[in-house]
Write a protein that binds this ligand. Structure first.
Ligand SMILES: [Zn+2]
Ligand SMILES: [Zn+2]
Length: 292
C-alpha cells in the first residue's frame, strides 16, 4: 500500500472466486459461487467508475452489469487459460454482449494453435453452445497475450507461464506504476518438484510475478494435506500461496479459486491456519472490492 501517489488508486473487484465449477446455495454466500473473474479499475474515490481490465472470464463475468450499471464494457479481458471455469462467463457477459460494447480479448497461444478466435471457438460453437465468439454483439477483437510485458488499458501487464495442467497457463502481474497485483489462479507448483515442504517448488516464475506486489491473488484450491493425493490435478495448496507471498514480499495474500465443495465454514477454517502469518491473508470474497 502506498501513502502518497500521483494517480488514482487501483480497485480490484472479485466477481468470481470459485474454482472448477460454480458453487451455488446458502452454504456458499460469503465467499461466493461464481467462477474466476477479477475486475480492475483505476477510479479514485468514485465507487461506480467502470472497470476496464478483467482477468479471466468465468461465470463471475455476469456480475459486471452491477459494476457498470447501464454502461457497456469498453476494455480488455485477459485470460490465464481456457479451462471452462475461466471462460464460461463469456457468452453471458451482458455488459460486453451489446452493440455499444468494445472488448479486446487476449488469451495465451497454444503451441500449434495461434488463432485466438479459432481457439475460443473450439469451446464456444454449436453443438456445444448456440453461438460462436464472432456472434457476440459489439466490437470484439481476439488476440494473443504478448510474451513478457505489455500495456493494457493504462496498466502495465507482465504475463509469465506457470505450470498447471491441460493447456498453456499464464499468471499476470498488473501495475499502474504505483500499485500492483499478481493474479495466479491456477498453479501446480508440484509439477516442478516437491519444494522444501512437499507442496511445490517456489520457482522463479511464481516469485517474479508475486515479488513486492501489494496483493497476491493465488490458487488455494487445496490444503497442504491434500497435495499428496490431489496435487497432480493441477492446483496449489493455500499454504503454498501464503508461503509464496511471504517469500516474495507481497503486501497481502488473497486465497482464491476456492474448491467448489469447500463451503463458507470450510474456507474460514482454512483461513484460520494463517492467523499468525507474517503476511496478511484474506479469503477472496465475491462482490467485494479492495483498493490498492
Ligand atoms: Zn480454474
Ligand atoms: Zn485451470
Amino acid at each position: 500500500m502506498r501513502t502518497t501517489r500521483e494517480t488514482e488508486p487501483v480497485r480490484v473487484t472479485f466477481c468470481g472466486t470459485r474454482g472448477s465449477t460454480p458453487a451455488p446455495g446458502p452454504d456458499f454466500t460469503r465467499f461466493g459461487g461464481h467462477t474466476s473473474c477479477v475486475a480492475l479499475s483505476q477510479d479514485g474515490d468514485d465507487p461506480v467508475a467502470p472497470p476496464t481490465l478483467i482477468l479471466d472470464g468465468g461465470t463471475g463475468l455476469r456480475r459486471l452489469p452491477e459494476l457498470l450499471g447501464q454502461r457497456p464494457f469498453r476494455g480488455t479481458v485477459l485470460l490465464t487459460h481456457l479451462h471452462w471455469d475461466h471462460v464460461q462467463g463469456l457468452p453471458f457477459f451482458g455488459s460486453g454482449d451489446r452493440d455499444d460494447a468494445k472488448v479486446t480479448l487476449l488469451l495465451p497461444a497454444e503451441d500449434r494453435d495461434t488463432d485466438a478466435g479459432a481457439l475460443l471457438e473450439r469451446m464456444m460453437s454449436p453443438p456445444f453452445f448456440p453461438i460462436g465468439p464472432s456472434q457476440l454483439r459489439g466490437a470484439w477483437s481476439f488476440g494473443l497475450i504478448p510474451c513478457g510485458t505489455f500495456e493494457a488499458e493504462g496498466f502495465t501487464v507482465v504475463a509469465i507461464d506457470v505450470p498447471h495442467k491441460g493447456g498453456r497457463t499464464v499468471g499476470f502481474r498488473v501495475s499502474d506504476g504505483h500499485s500492483s497485483v499478481a493474479y495466479i489462479p491456477d498453479h501446480c507448483p508440484t509439477a516442478l518438484g516437491p519444494g522444501p515442504e512437499g507442496i511445490g517448488e517456489y520457482h522463479e516464475a511464481a516469485l517474479e510475478l508475486a515479488r513486492g506486489v501489494d496483493l497476491l491473488v493465488h490458487d488455494s484450491h487445496l490444503r497442504s494435506e491434500e497435495v499428496a493425493a490431489e496435487g497432480s490435478f493441477g492446483h496449489a495448496a493455500a499454504e503454498y500461496a501464503v508461503r509464496l507471498g511471504t517469500m516474495a514480499g507481497s503486501g497481502r495474500v488473497a486465497l482464491f479459486h476456492h474448491r467448489p465443495e469447500r463451503n463458507d465454514t470450510e474456507v474460514e477454517r482454512t483461513l484460520c491456519r494463517f492467523a499468525e502469518s507474517p503476511v496478511p491473508v484474506i479469503g477472496a470474497r465475491e462482490a467485494t472490492t479492495l483498493a490498492l
